[in-house]
Design a protein around this ligand. Structure first.
Ligand SMILES: [Zn+2]
Length: 209
């Protein structure tokens, strides 16, 4: 099954994708992860991407599509995959339509931005071991310290209030138009992602069974 997960940052796509992947035995393909891996590789392409990011510009759509296409040429996607973070723009979706046939687009809806802002700005990460906490849902036993290793917890720059608000603005202008695009193709199903990851997963199970 070939799935696209669509939705704003903080909708829980990554967390729920991990469970759906386990159930269907298919890989989760996150463009964020692919770019992070690529940047570590030191290849000419990595240097090109780095210079684009350093200038504060967006990776061109053709380059993103090419990178996803390369990833989908690997053996592990023969039974399907979940795309998380791609396509992000209408031009990416149009280019992708020419190379792949998607079964279903799951749209993670969160009715209120304040839910997303709370989810993301309360996230804390351990500097030492990378463990993830959430001040409301998974609070550390000692404030500011990791339960596992005692390391200091910090807020990722991306998760600061202003950065989160900015990510939401970018999502609404660039990615939200994909909702209409896939609705028109009859591929889109909405789920309520304002609930916890377990209940979000149950809604997806109903759609894929
Ligand atoms: Zn730790």
């Amino acid at each position: 099954m070939k799935l696209i997960f669509l939705g704003p940052p903080g909708a829980g796509k990554g967390t729920v994708a991990a469970d759906v992947c386990k159930k269907l035995n298919i890989p989760q393909i996150s463009t964020g992860d692919i770019f992070r891996e690529l940047l570590k590789s030191g290849t000419p392409q990595a240097n090109e991407i780095k210079s684009i990011i350093d200038k504060g510009e967006l990776i061109p759509d053709e380059m993103t599509v090419q990178i996803v296409k390369n990833r989908l040429s690997k053996d592990d996607v023969k039974d399907g995959y979940i795309l998380d973070g791609f396509p992000r723009t209408i031009p990416q979706a149009e280019a992708f339509d020419k190379i792949e046939k998607i079964d279903l687009v799951i749209n993670f809806t969160v009715p209120d931005d304040s839910i997303i802002i709370k989810r993301l700005t309360e996230r804390r990460i351990c500097k030492k071991c990378g463990a993830i906490y959430h001040l409301t849902n998974i609070p550390p036993k000692t404030e500011g310290k990791c339960d596992k290793c005692g390391g200091d917890l910090y807020t990722r720059g991306d998760d600061e209030v202003d950065a989160v608000k900015n990510r939401l603005i970018v999502y609404k202008s660039q990615t939200a138009p994909l909702i209409a695009y896939y609705t028109e193709k009859g591929l889109l199903k909405d789920i309520d992602a304002s609930v916890n990851p377990k209940d979000t997963f149950k809604q997806i199970e109903k759609l894929i069974d």
